[in-house]
Design a protein around this ligand. Sequence first.
Ligand code: TPP
Length: 633
Amino acid sequence: MEEAKKLLNEINEPADLRELAVEELPQVCSELRDFIIDVLSSNPGHFGASLGVVELTVALHYVYNTPYDQLIWDVGHQAYGHKILTGRRDIFETNRKYKGISGFPKRSESEYDAFGVGHSSTSISAALGMSVAAKLNNEPNRKIVAVIGDGAMTGGLAFEGLNNAGVENSDLLVILNDNNMSIDPNVGGIHQYLLNISKSQTYNRFKREVWEGLGRLNGFGPRARRLVQKTEHAFKNILLKQSNLFEAFNFRYFGPVDGHDVVYLAKVLRDLKDIPGPKLLHILTQKGKGFKQAEINQTRFHAPGRFDKSTGEIYSCECEIEKAPKFQNVFGETIVELAEQNDKIVGVTPAMPTGCSLNIMMEKMPGRAFDVGIAEQHAVTFSAGLAARGMIPFCNIYSTFMQRAYDQVVHDVAIQNLHVVFCLDRGGLVGEDGATHHGVFDLAFMRNIPNMVVSAPMDEIDLRNLMYTAQLEGNGPFSIRYPRGCGIYANWKKPFQKIEIGKGRIIAEGNDIAILTIGKPGIFAKRAVKKLQKENISAAHYDMRFIKPLDEDLLHSVFKKFNTVITVEDGVIKGGFGSAVAEFMVENGYSAKLKFLGVPDAFVEQGSLDELYRECGFDMVGIYKSALEMLEK
Ligand SMILES: Cc1ncc(C[n+]2csc(CCOP(=O)(O)OP(=O)(O)O)c2C)c(N)n1
């Protein structure tokens, strides 16, 4: 039998796709899916989400005139198919790698990436902005489409966009990609609402019939419009309250339709293209579609790392093999231990229970740990409410996503001096997710908030002890930030020890130069000190543990003894730990040669952690070289 022609290899841009007959689209989808599976098995990334939107991606680029028409992906972790169809097939193997292409849509990378993303729930607002701009620029034929998942739809920002889009009456299509999953199973009222719609058999049958009826008409003349109106009227009667959610925002609601039937999807999109005003198309898809293990274990295959593409077996990372725990697991297990001793402790996560390991507590203590959806602002104010009534919430938010909830930290927690423990996971550079995900601002933006304690453990034993200390009676807002990845000790479950708040510790005594570190870079400094010893340089190393309050006694002793000092942090230098030390030095009339190592005043792109630490110059070698330079050796 003649081997099927490889269609994908001929598609260098969407215009090539548009040359194909609609019957050829299923084959394009199948080839695209195989391509994604093949590359992702050896070069890890977000997997399940992209597999789930293969048909949608092909249908969108087939029907819409991209890049003139603007396609906005929410979060953007599902846009691999989009990248492959829009001129990046040959470089897709560099996805998420150092100097390679980004794992998310990025305006500077391609004209097809209409809007840069990484954080969720932005697509409707951005699309509305573009739609209004199209109107103001007198571009009536430019179409704007936002694709948003049911998880991202739980974010408040999405509703702010919907709310505004209705009154602007803009020509905008929002596609709700409903796979019934966030990273973990989706939660909350919207989720239940979408399930109800999707399961309503009368409704689904009715919708299908209406679309088929529309399909028999040629284009959308006045007759078709009348039919749409009649249909809407009928929907309202049949569904009672069900479809009112989106219609209440003045959107026309269409669907749900099967998001894996590419031919049908293309037809639906073509029909919708000519209906003016704000529209929402609800499609049903399966996360991980086409790769059995990913369909079965959707959370694990959200971003599985390397895996065997024939068996679906996921390979462990190196540090796990060495048995050092991930910081997230130290958090997950420690909060359970603490909550067993202190019945005021509760856990809160905005949609990252597996990512931050709060799922351990959710399983063991179901009434005391809460996944609140992709809703960082709400997570913080919800925690404030809990604390106002005497609970001690551990609110775990990835550092990068905490940027969303700054006002809530200031206004709802800190001003009222409430005892909320913020655990900021993925603090510092995070590697392959790149600029949108590095957690490099938190030390700087937390340290200027009155009442806030700001701490960063150097290792996982310190993380445990800081968590223990933070929950003790009498504390106010307390933030603990820790990095992505594994710690260093296989044997980390030691008895709890209280840490004195605002006190650092001496790691190494020395005479020639002082190295002050906060958090994980302390590990690099430890190694640098050993290397400097070999050059007969005696370097002192202090792990400050707290950037607020600063250990002033320790700093007085440092500036009295040393006139050459290096600060090292895994965060932005401007306004961060080094700045705090410099402020102390100036305020107290000391003068020393100071060097700040950390993240420069520029957005750091993606790469492995080692590559990025090296680029920023605060890995072991960077610290070592800086010490030599400062001592002019
Ligand atoms: C503000 C913010 N919080 C959390 C995340 C982490 N995150 C990435 S994808 C995702 C789930 C998104 O679910 P959905 O929109 O349904 O897309 P799916 O992965 O199911 O296709 C989450 C929580 C994020 N990107 N942005």
